[in-house]
Design a protein around this ligand. Structure first.
Ligand code: HEM
Length: 533
């Protein structure tokens, strides 16, 4: 492999590590202290303290950017001031990685976020190490570089649960097939209740209303009926999540210890989430009638309130975003590709007539809720391909790891212990050699005979791969199918722009919008008319 020279090498300027380790050691100590103002003997609430802290922060930022830590490197380093270079990593992550791979022409490049070194990887070799190497930690990268993950440590609730992979274990335990089967009827009730608020005819923003259906179902799956049936509590829960999301700014990620407004907003939102969810855990704990709802199951397992709340926070975060954006885009894609809309409609009609009594006077959602789990999983190949293609086009998250154990050498490049790694799924999902015409919505590319997703190893990464496949896949697919089946069997719909007409151009997701991937430019809407109750 041809390895890029560092910019500093190009300029004949190579600094050794010890020269930058001093200012970064100071930064670390500040970051690790509960408050830099206290470190310097000042009270937090005095305006002097805030000014002093701000001055220290600015000083440290300047020091860190001036003393850019270039080592004698075997990898292309992004030059410039590290803060400025890395800023788009926080604001426009998708573009940042794509553009720098294009610009450098390399399979790997490195940049700095203050004291952290991040290596962006691409290609088959990089992908293989990223997903399979045992030295790579799954959670550190997300915790440190992605602020929207709710963490109880922000409100000084400390538990060892994170280390024990509680979230993964509980998701696997709660989402067992035999458990999920019993949840089908209440999930259909949930969605139906919310959809009936849309009225019989009108127009909705799917990126709000359909997204909310997914939020509702996910909360039901990981908490209890009392919470999921209380519209006001659900709305509050959603608001606290958005408050948390809004509190994340590039500045708050770069200087998480800085006692500014963002830190306070984050703390308040996390506390509000904790109080709300913990209240429902107490409610279930004190109930004389245990149920099979998730909170009751976890109480029976002996989990503390902290563990249960930590699980709920993580599961809602992991569950809603990707499922929400995928089902919204699946509906938009189907609304814009009438041939596929027709095929899905035929498939849904067949499912309904094969598994329900079409002459029954029961409502549609009640009939659908009796369809066996196997039928949802095995008898919807067209919808499966539509979901897969939507995932390929929309879920191009930047996946993160941290190398915690030992140096790893890939193709002559050393990934040092402590380095963060970033891999963007579009590296393969948008590769025209794997997926010809990669921007096109073409669910047929997974058909037998074409099978483009099997052309190279790990060609389809929307559900993860290697050591960390998504444990929520079964439930996420089920949630999407519930929504799509209810819409296809119960409504006529079309995708329109704000004037009520079919958009001239195909709406495209904003891949830098990590929470919702809303359409770029003009919004689009779903115009509907109820046809079957
Ligand atoms: C369309 C929906 C979803 C997509 C596309 C998706 C995608 C992914 C991906 C790509 C990963 C691996 C991340 C990495 O390698 O860094 C992952 C992991 C994970 N997902 Fe999902 N996910 C979805 C829904 C869900 C749901 C509904 C849940 C549970 C409520 C969930 C829980 C998790 C958890 C706990 C992990 C971490 C696994 C581990 O620690 O090894 N996901 N997901």
């Amino acid at each position: 492999m041809v390895v890029g020279r560092t910019r500093m090498q190009d300029k004949g300027l190579i600094l050794n590590r010890p020269e930058y380790s001093i200012p970064f050691a100071i930064m670390d100590s500040i970051a690790n202290s509960t408050s830099s103002a206290y470190l310097f003997g000042l009270a937090l609430d005095s305006s002097n303290a805030v000014a002093a802290t701000l001055a220290i922060a600015i000083f440290m930022i300047l020091v860190s950017t001036v003393c850019l830590p270039f080592s004698e490197s075997d990898i292309y380093e992004l030059g410039g001031f590290s803060i400025l270079t890395a800023w788009p990593f926080f604001t426009k992550r998708y573009d940042f990685l794509r553009d720098n791979f294009r610009k450098t022409g390399q399979r790997m490049f490195r940049f700095h976020v203050l004291q952290h070194r991040i290596v962006a990887l691409s290609g088959e070799l990089g992908r293989n190490v990223f997903f399979n190497d045992q030295s790579l930690d799954f959670s550190e990268g997300y915790r440190i570089l992605t602020g929207a993950v709710p963490q109880l440590r922000d409100i000084e609730i400390v538990s060892d649960d994170e280390k024990k992979n509680i979230l993964l274990k509980r998701v696997l335990y709660l989402f067992r097939k035999e458990r999920v089967v019993n949840l089908l009827p209440p999930l259909f009730d949930d969605v139906q209740r919310r959809m009936s608020d849309w009225g019989r005819e009108g127009s909705i923003d799917p990126f709000k209303e359909v997204y909310e259906l997914v939020f509702q179902m996910t909360v039901h799956l990981v908490t209890c009926r009392e919470l999921s049936e209380d519209k006001e509590s659900i709305a509050k829960l959603a608001k606290h999540y958005w408050d948390l999301e809004k509190s994340v700014t590039p500045f708050s990620l770069l200087l998480p210890w800085f006692p500014g407004r963002a830190k306070k907003a984050r703390k308040d939102a996390t506390m509000n989430l904790y109080t709300l969810i913990s209240g429902y855990v107490d409610l279930r704990r004190n109930s004389p009638h245990p149920t099979s709802d998730a909170i009751d199951v976890l109480i029976a397992e002996g989990d503390s309130n902290e563990t249960i709340v930590g699980f709920v926070l993580g599961a809602v975060f992991a569950g809603v975003i990707n499922t929400g954006m995928t089902v919204c885009w699946a509906l938009v894609n189907l609304g814009m590709h009438l041939d596929w809309k027709e095929k899905v409609s035929t498939e849904v009609q067949a499912l309904v007539s094969n598994h329900t009594d079409t002459l029954s006077s029961e409502t549609l959602h009640k009939r659908l809720s009796t369809i066996p789990m196997n039928a949802w999983e095995d008898e919807m190949p067209v919808l499966d391909s539509v979901i897969r293609e939507t995932l390929r086009l929309v879920i191009n998250n930047t996946l993160l790891r941290r190398n915690l154990t030992r140096d790893i050498v890939i193709d002559g490049v050393t990934l040092e212990r402590g380095d963060f790694l970033a891999y963007q799924a579009s590296d393969v999902h948008a590769n025209p050699e794997v997926y010809p015409n990669p921007e096109a919505f073409d669910p047929g590319r997974y058909d037998i005979g074409r099978e483009e997703d099997k052309k190279v190893p790990m060609a389809f990464l929307a559900w993860g791969a290697g050591r960390h496949p998504c444990p929520g896949m079964r439930v996420a697919k089920l949630e999407m199918k519930i929504v799509i089946a209810l819409i296809f069997a119960g409504y006529e719909f079309e995708i329109v722009d704000k004037t009520g007409k079919r958009p001239i151009a195909l709406p495209q997701p904003d891949k830098n919008d990590l929470q919702q991937a809303r359409p770029l430019g003009e919004p689009c809407y779903m115009k509907f008319r109820r046809i079957v109750d």
